[in-house]
Design a protein around this ligand. Sequence first.
Ligand code: SAH
Length: 496
Amino acid sequence: MFLTISTTGTAAHPATDLGFLLHKHPAKAQSFSTAQGTAHVFYPEAAEHRCTAALLLEVDPVALVRRGRGKGRGGAPDSALAQYVNDRPYAAGSLLAVALSTVFKSALRGVCAQRPERAARPLPLRVEVPVVPARGGADLVRRLFEPMGWRVTAEPVQLDPRFPEWGESRYVSLLLEGELPLSAALRHLYVLLPVLDDAKHYWVAPDEVDKLLRAGEGWLEDHPEQKLITARYRSRRWSLAREAMERLELARLAEADDTEAEELDNAVDESVDTEEKPVPLAAQRREAISGALRAAGAARVLDLGCGQGQLVGELLKDVRYTEVVGVDVSVRALNVAARRLRLERMGERQAGRVRLLQGSLTYTDARLKGYDAAVLSEVIEHLDLPRLPALEYAVFGSARPHTVIVTTPNVEYNVRWETLPAGHSRHSDHRFEWTRAEFADWAQAVAARHGYAVAYRPVGPDDPEVGPPTQMAVFTLAGDTATTTTTTTNQKEAAA
Ligand code: SAH
């Protein structure tokens, strides 16, 4: 299944700016592995006057069935075969919508550092989707897209051109033309393709309704078909296999934009200090965390949301740590971590001290029980707030290490970043950034719910007005003898 997005341009505003807006270079063909299959992005044409980006999603129906998401269409499978032989590979319905939101996540949000003015403004756009499953027919397609200003051409696809008497299929070929901001166009497709699709969305997470509402901001509220749109979402079966949710989350996080986001974070980090050789904030954070781990007397440590394994690598250099386990949901991050740590070339003894596990922190995981300490460094803010209680339970309720160290940005400090525009978060994937009071409220409640005591440490220069750039909470299981008060983590030492 595929769709193309085209725009036209001039010498002053070349059409190839589409590449900036989509965060995908027009000269490259790129492939992304998503929960829905392999998504390819490429540009059949990329010239100043006209540029077309294509998103092609390769779906493997057998793999979908194995993961429990291919069980026929419209509820129970018509026959055993229907789960394998169906329109999933070629009809641009909900799977394509989710792939689109995954691969073009930043574009969907209208984020574009290089061409912010073009991201915000309407562009001449032409969107073509050759096969759209359209429950409600061409007429409904028009009713859904026209209110936002699209000129809609929806041609019913014949069942078989060799046998015209068979009539029309329930698919249409769709052409949308209009002058709209690219992010609006993507959000229209993301929300409306699944509405037209009659599959039961067994692969959609319950928080998809929230995402729908977010993507519908600014146009869904007063859409004449708003009732129908939301009703079709709500009629889905939201009860899902845990695995399906995990995969969805994985796709969301493992997607293309996150490395870019990390780079942004690191770039911001470099500006932290004006001294001659500023210690990057990320390094100060690791130093603060190591200090708290030493103070807690931890030997077996989990690094939850370990990313590319920098902290894991540092801890391994210290023999006091007998076991260091990095956990992340992103396979890509773990692959980088494995390379960085040279896992394959490690001696047996060293290799015995370290493990990298793929897993989601919003699900309880028996592999994580029984450790001295767990670190959540710059992880919680990557979760949607409604998912935070799930992480809380998995870490503090189920894994229950003696010590839990949590760091997160202090949003009050953002005014001190010279490179950060007002009101922006430090990282394009941050779902929230907290003040010191908000963080303390959360930490206090978590500690009370799960029987931990909590202490706070600043990381980085502790500004008298706005506090430090990073805030850290150290949770200790109540009744535990290890203490976190004799710590080396105050900012002066950390910065030294
Ligand atoms: N701890 C590292 C990386 C922080 S970036 C550091 O301090 O530099 C956040 C990391 O959390 C990413 O690698 C992301 O893949 C991971 N992450 C986000 N949500 C997750 C979840 N639900 N389960 C596991 N890892 C998650």
